[in-house]
Every structure is written in C-alpha cells, then in structure tokens.
Design a protein. Structure first.
Length: 368
C-alpha cells in the first residue's frame, strides 16, 4: 500500500514539475508561419560593388548596411530599412584595395567596420563611423603576422560600457574585444581573454564567422570545426571568452542574430541556404525556415519585428514576415495581496506533495 502511495506521489510531483516548466517555457510558435521574401535587390551596375558579404541592421531599425567583396574601393552602403533605397556610403581611404567584410552597429548611433587589407596579410583594421552621414570617427590597425582576414563584428552595451567584438581568420583564428565607450579612443578590453583577445583554436575552431553577444556578455559564434565548408557548429562562450557553455550543430552556419530568447542562424549553403532558429539557453534547434529564391545567405539581422537577410548571390536583401515577441511577464508587486501566479501555486503544490512523501517515508522507517 505504502509502495503504491509513493509511486502515486512521485508521479504527481513529476507532473507538477512538468507543468511549472511548461508554464514558464518559451514561445516557439511565433516562428510557425514565418515566410521570407525579397525586400530589395542591387543587381550589377546598380552600385559600384558586387558580392554582398558584410551586413548589419541598426538596433533602432532605421537603416541597414552592406559591404561587398568586390567593390574596387572598400565601401559600406547605408540603406533605408523601410524602402531599401541608398542613403549614403562610406569609403575606407587608408587601404584602397581593402575589403570590408564585417559590420556592427550599436544603439548610440555608431557603425563599426571590420576590414581585411588588400593582400590579406600582415594586418587588419576596424573603423568607427557615425550613423548620420557615416562620418569616420576613428580607425585602428592591428598587426598580425601571416595570412589574415576579418569575418564577424558585433557591438553592444554591457553594464554601462560599449564593446566591439570581431573575428579574424585564415592563419590566425582569434576573437578580439575592444572597449569602444569612447569611440575616439578604443582600447582592448583587459577583462576579456588575454588582454582583449582569445585564440579560437583552443576550442577546436578552425574558422569563425559571424557572432552576436547577449546582455550578460555571453557570445554566440558560427564556427567551422572541420565538418563543413563554411561552418558546422554554433558555439556559446562565456563573457570572458574562457569557457564553452553550449554547442549546437548547424550545417554551414555563417550568419547569426538574436530574436528575443532565440537565435536566428542563416546558413551559407548556396541554393540550400536556410534560417535555423535555436534556443539561446542550450542551442537546441526549434525551427527551420526555408526561402525558395535563395542563392547564398551571408548574414542576418533582426529589427522592426522582422528578419533581414543578406543574399550574396544576387546581391539582395530578403525580409521575413512579422515576428511578434511576447512582452515579458510583469513581476508581482511587493506586498501584492492578490492571487499568486500559476507558477507560484504549482511550486507550493510540489513542495506540499514532497513534504507528504517525506512524512510517509519517515512513518514507514519508524515501524521497522
């Protein structure tokens, strides 16, 4: 009899715990009916550039930015995110044959460019411009021996300071982090890795692509560990760049952005390129979103409740239908005399059942 009671209690506890988990869970269904379509196209001859690789959307959703592999001069174009029309452009003048291969933005109105030099050898640069007019504020050269390039760049505010993260590749696979709170005086972030830099090879990474960073400083980066042509694994690193917190396999992962508590990852897999939605917490897969007209995705961003995706093949930008992120639940006010939340009630019920189980167990022991 007591054994049966214990089995029943265990089942009830498990069911209640699952109910709490379900109540406090995520909102995967916001991606169920998402569609992708072309938003703007920049065919050869429209701009003085082809082969769209670098891409970013500003956090306020007003502009998006494009950098091209073949442009004659290293140029970033600013486009109106509501119309797709060109607003202005920026040209990096210190190295006329360089490539702007990475772009980041922040919520203050600054734009950051990661730049590989013309020879892909010996050094990389990054440049900081204002959103308005793309006026250059500062550029920095980093000397690195051997063949060297730039892939991803991402900027954000963490605990009142602004940081720029960017990736180098080819012979030297590194992630750099600079404090750019003062855009006129960027300095390596001494709290990150080895004086602002980590060697990605130590994590088994042979190439890193684009990245994003959450409010706690955790870093999500699309990487190749040898199983893909461009990428095969999304890594989640801690804020210091010291530890791997999670990994998620995504074939040919290349671009990445945050969508609420999720990540949207675009793959660079020619006509088979897709968008894969992952949970931020553990990088488990949630949904795959297809686009029939894709040629080759290169980077992705989220603003205005939509995904914006760079398609390198036709030099186009695709956009998703609206993705509505639920507002976070309001916490109960201190001293609130109203009814407890469902999660609180379930937690109390779980504790009550567990207490009953403990009493039953002690009673049984005392009779032996």
């Amino acid at each position: 009899m007591k054994k049966s009671a214990l089995i029943i209690i265990t089942a009830v506890v498990t069911a209640l715990l699952l109910s709490v988990s379900a109540f406090a869970g995520s909102y995967d269904d916001i991606f169920d009916n998402v569609k992708i379509s072309e938003f703007a196209s920049y065919p050869q001859g429209t701009l003085d550039a082809v082969q769209l690789r670098a891409f970013a959307v500003d956090p306020n959703g007003k502009y998006y930015y494009c950098g091209f592999l073949n442009s004659g001069t290293p140029t970033v174009y600013q486009f109106d995110a509501s119309t797709g029309k060109e607003v202005t452009k920026y040209t990096f003048k210190e190295d006329n044959g360089a490539y702007i291969k990475a772009i980041g933005t922040d919520d203050r109105g600054y734009v950051y460019m990661g730049i590989a030099n013309a020879a892909n050898n010996g050094a990389v640069y990054f440049s900081i411009c204002t959103e308005k007019g793309l006026a250059e504020q500062k550029w920095v050269k980093i000397d690195i021996d051997g063949k060297i390039g730039v892939n991803g760049a991402y900027a954000r505010q963490i605990d009142g300071k602004y940081y720029l993260y960017f990736i180098t590749n080819y012979d030297t696979d590194r992630m750099y982090c600079y404090d750019v709170t003062d855009v006129k005086n960027p300095v390596p972030n001494a709290a990150f890795g080895n004086n602002g830099m980590i060697e990605l090879g130590g994590f088994g990474i042979t190439d890193a692509n684009n990245l994003t960073v959450d409010a706690a400083g955790n870093i999500y980066v699309c990487c190749n560990t040898g199983a893909g042509s461009k990428g095969d694994t999304v890594f989640k690193l801690d804020a210091k760049g010291s530890n791997v917190l999670a990994k998620g396999a995504v074939e040919e992962c290349f671009g990445i952005c945050q969508v609420g508590e999720y990540l949207a990852v675009c793959t660079m897999n020619k006509e088979s390129s897709v968008v894969v939605i992952l949970n931020q917490s553990d990088l488990t897969a949630v949904k795959t979103i297809n686009y029939d007209s894709v040629t080759k995705f290169s980077q992705i961003g989220f603003a205005n409740d939509k995904l914006y995706i760079a398609d390198e093949g036709p030099d186009a930008v695709a956009v998703s239908t609206t993705i509505t992120i639920p507002a976070p639940a309001e916490p109960a006010a201190s001293g609130d005399s109203g009814s407890p939340s469902t999660a609180d009630s379930l937690s109390v019920a779980v504790m009550a059942v567990m207490a009953s189980a403990a009493v039953l167990f002690i009673s049984k022991k005392s009779r032996h």
